[in-house]
Design a protein around this ligand. Structure first.
Ligand SMILES: [Zn+2]
Length: 95
């Protein structure tokens, strides 16, 4: 249910929860009792829980908790094994 902000003629502001189909344009002010009009405000859009936020979490996690694999990924029949001729690559650890 969206949260709507109301402002009365005296300047009091308060928030109220209404469904989008039942939101009134005016309410009685909770502080002074005067008529308060609905105020247009920026919507609260949270990034938490979105796919973009999950992607940022996973990218940050690989920096300090990289996934460890026990074997190389399998290759298809048409893909050749890459060959390196650099002698330093022979010293790299093997699975
Ligand atoms: Zn008021």
């Amino acid at each position: 249910m969206p949260n709507y902000r109301y402002t009365c003629a005296e300047g009091c502001q308060f928030d109220a929860l209404f469904s989008m189909s039942e939101v009134p344009a005016q309410l009685d002010c909770r502080s002074c009792g005067a008529s308060a009009r609905r105020t247009i405000t920026a919507p609260f859009l949270s990034a938490a829980g979105s796919s973009a936020y999950g992607l940022m979490d996973r990218a940050a996690a690989t920096a300090h908790e990289p996934a460890v694999v026990s074997n190389l990924p399998s290759r298809g029949p048409g893909q050749a094994t890459p060959v390196t001729r650099n002698p330093l690559h022979a010293k790299l650890p093997r699975p």
